[in-house]
Design a protein around this ligand. Structure first.
Ligand code: ADP
Ligand code: MG
Length: 263
């Protein structure tokens, strides 16, 4: 009996350990204001390993602010953000190291116009993260090959379509094998014809197990591809659930109102 109690206790400990391990990102009561404008009013949610979480909300609801807090481009006023086991809002934390654990792609202006594709993809890894140049080049070529862009390694950004540029930006974000990929409206500036190829790449990453938090207005993609939807309304999380729970079944009038604009 004692033996089984011990093994139960160790199973529980193991479970707690592995479930703690599975939380890649955790926000706990995060508050963020710009002067008197309180944008995030106590935000708590998690992203677990291999999950794709779509962060939805109207323009100005704070999606980019939230992402910037996670990427340490903005400081929170209160609350904590955990990346794995690290409280990245702790002032003593090594901010550059935390950033190196997160890949980020923005809506636009991701690539340096005066550098070719290969240089764009390798630069940060070499300069900021001190990856040896040969290793960075190999890794970049492998990533470019994966997205069918190897033949464009010496092309300049203005010789690429917007969709190709965003795919290169995603490849760059993957260079240091990030624990978390932040995608902030990466298709919003694209010609509608080019949105599909970028979303397809996101699906491909998801199928490979990449952990993704993406702000998007692509509702059908969010519905079909995301594991969870987090809906930001008025500075708080109005919804956190499966696409079906949030987009199809929610009885919250504000949630219904938000999604009615996309039907
Ligand atoms: P979203 O990405 O959901 O469109 P944002 O996070 O960009 O929303 O903006 C949320 C709010 O914060 C808006 O009211 C915006 O005007 C304000 N805001 C964003 N960035 C700044 C900034 N750097 N300085 C002051 N206000 C900002
Ligand atoms: Mg934004």
């Amino acid at each position: 009996n004692q033996e089984s109690a011990v093994s139960t206790a160790s199973a529980v400990a193991h479970q707690q350990q592995s479930s703690a391990h599975q939380t890649v990102l955790k926000l706990d009561q995060v508050r963020k204001s710009y002067r008197t404008n309180e944008v995030l009013k106590g935000i708590s949610f998690q992203v677990r390993a291999h999950e794709t979480v779509a962060l939805l909300g109207p323009s100005g609801s704070g999606k980019s602010t939230l992402m910037k807090c996670v990427n340490l481009l903005e400081e929170v006023n209160d609350g904590q953000i955990w990346l794995g086991g690290t409280d990245i809002t702790d002032p003593r934390v090594d901010r550059d190291h935390c950033r190196s654990r997160i890949g980020v792609v923005f809506q636009q202006f991701n690539l340096f116009p005066h550098m070719n594709v290969l240089k764009n993809v390798t630069l940060g890894a070499i300069k900021v993260h001190k990856m040896p140049k040969a290793e960075a080049t190999d890794k970049a070529m492998e990533l470019l090959d994966r997205i069918g862009m190897k033949s464009k390694a010496s092309a300049y950004p203005d010789q690429l379509s917007g969709g190709q540029q965003q795919r290169v930006a995603i490849a760059r974000a993957l260079m240091c094998d990030p624990e978390l990929l932040l995608l902030d409206e990466i298709t919003s500036a694209l010609d509608p014809m080019l949105v599909g190829e970028v979303l397809e790449m996101v699906s491909e990453l998801k199928s490979r197990g990449t952990t993704i938090l993406m702000a998007t207005h692509e509702m059908s993609f969010a519905h079909d591809a995301a594991d969870r939807i987090v809906l930001l309304l008025g500075g708080i999380i109005a919804e956190d659930g499966t696409p079906r729970q949030v987009m199809d079944e929610s009885q919250n009038p504000q949630t219904k109102e938000f999604f009615s604009h996309f039907r």
